[in-house]
Write a protein that binds this ligand. Sequence first.
Ligand SMILES: [Zn+2]
Length: 251
Amino acid sequence: MATHYKTQGFVFKKEDWREADRVFSVFTLDFGKIEVLARAVRKITSKLRGGIDIFSLSDIEFIQGKHQKTLIDAVVIEKFSHIFQSSEEMEIANRVSGLLEMFIRGPQTDGRIWDLLADFFKKLDRQELSASRQQLLYHYFAWNFISLLGHGPQLFTCAACTKPLQLPELYFSNKEGGVICGACALLEAGVKKVHPDSIKTLRIMLKKDWDILAKLKLAAEYQKELDGILQQYCRYLLSDYSFNRPNHEYF
Ligand SMILES: [Zn+2]
């Protein structure tokens, strides 16, 4: 006999399946990341239709079958509808969904990731953020998410030799997982020099100090630099993960 389960979850991805079905990816409170099949949900008459959608928090009930989880009931608790009105916000939300898709492997629960997601969706949905603040919010999520997975970058002493860092000789090493000094940078091919302001911003992000971040004036070139570091670091980390990645680029 199939077993029934009830939980809450952030719906972060949807994919149409067959004629009228849809598969939702949900980060749940009790089961971590799951995929759940919503049968006939694309039909107008579907009773599930109004209860679940991408970028919402929903109460869901599903049956665990032999091969898949099938949704039997769903009620929206909160729909982050502002996101749908802005293509920029939509893009940021999709990038976060890409991170969840790629970095979370199994159905492990994690209250800290749950809290971070709740924080992210509320900030993106409710605060009127400029395009550059939205980018910072993405970074805020991404760096803290990576940290919660155990890959937080070392930012205070050289990640290779542990000596104090000397300004302005700062480099980011994917291999060492953080900032390294000028001497260590000479020993590693392909490390990039980073501006102290980028590192300062990273430290504020990892302290989760959004109030300071939201007011921070970060020059476009450092924001670009941070983007590059994040992209490279994610690629490096994912090359270690033994599961299939989606074809398209998310970061
Ligand atoms: Zn060093």
